[in-house]
Write a protein that binds this ligand. Structure first.
Ligand SMILES: NC(=O)c1ccc[n+]([C@@H]2O[C@H](COP(=O)([O-])OP(=O)(O)OC[C@H]3O[C@@H](n4cnc5c(N)ncnc54)[C@H](OP(=O)(O)O)[C@@H]3O)[C@@H](O)[C@H]2O)c1
Length: 156
C-alpha cells in the first residue's frame, strides 16, 4: 500500500518557514499510530525539521544534494526510488509540498488531518481531484482549533 499522510489547514497550508505553523496537542497521534513499524518517505527539508530518525520506523529521505544515512534511515534521489527501496512494505509519504504533488497520482490512500482554521504559511498541499477518491470522516476533535481525521481511498 502506498499512502500519503498530511495535516492541512482550511486554506491548505502545511508549513511556514520550515516548520508546522500550529501546535495542537494530540494532533500528531495518528501519524505515530499509522507509521510505526512502516516506511516513512519525506523530503529533505521535512527531515531536517525533525532532525533525527524517528523511532520504530524506516525513514527514506528524498534529496538530490545530501548524503546522510543512519540506522533505519536511507537517502534516495527520487520518490520512485524510495518506493522501490520500500519493497512490499507499506509506505507513508509525509511531505512536503513537492512530494505530495508527485504522490497524489500514485497513492491508494490519503490520511488527512483537516485543521479547522485558516493559517498563515508559505507551503501548501496541492489541490487534487476529490472525485477520484471516497472520503471517510474518521473522528473529529474539539478544542481551541478543532481538527478532523479523514481518509481518502482511491476509487477503483
Ligand atoms: N502539515 C504537514 O503534515 C506537513 C508534513 C510535512 C512537511 N510539512 C511542512 O512543509 C515544509 C517543508 O516542505 P517543503 O515542500 O518546503 O520541503 P520538502 O518536500 O520537505 O523538502 C524539499 C526537498 O526535498 C528534496 N526533494 C523533494 N522532491 C524531490 C525529488 N522528486 N527529487 C529529488 N529531491 C527531491 C529536495 O532536496 P534537495 O534540495 O536536498 O535536493 C527538496 O529541496 C515545512 O514547513 C514542514 O513543516 C508539513
Amino acid at each position: 500500500m502506498i499512502a500519503l499522510i498530511v495535516a492541512y489547514a482550511r486554506n491548505r497550508v502545511i508549513g511556514n518557514q520550515g516548520c508546522i505553523p500550529w501546535k495542537i496537542k494530540g494532533e500528531q497521534k495518528r501519524f505515530k499510530q499509522l507509521t510505526t513499524g512502516n516506511v516513512v518517505v519525506m523530503g529533505r527539508r521535512s527531515y531536517e525539521e525533525i532532525g533525527k530518525p524517528l523511532p520504530n520506523r524506516t525513514i527514506i529521505v528524498v534529496s538530490s544534494t545530501r548524503l546522510f544515512e543512519g540506522e533505519n534511515c536511507y537517502i534516495v534521489n527520487s520518490l520512485q526510488e524510495a518506493i522501490k527501496l520500500a519493497g512490499n512494505r507499506d509506505v507513508y509519504i509525509s511531505g512536503g509540498a513537492g512530494l505530495y504533488a508527485e504522490a497524489i497520482e500514485l497513492v491508494d490512500k490519503m490520511y488527512i488531518t483537516e485543521i479547522e482554521a485558516d493559517i498563515e504559511g508559505d507551503t501548501y498541499f496541492p489541490d487534487f481531484e476529490k472525485e477520484m477518491f471516497d472520503k471517510e470522516v474518521v473522528e473529529r476533535f474539539e478544542g481551541e482549533i478543532p481538527y478532523t481525521y479523514v481518509t481518502y481511498t482511491r476509487r477503483r
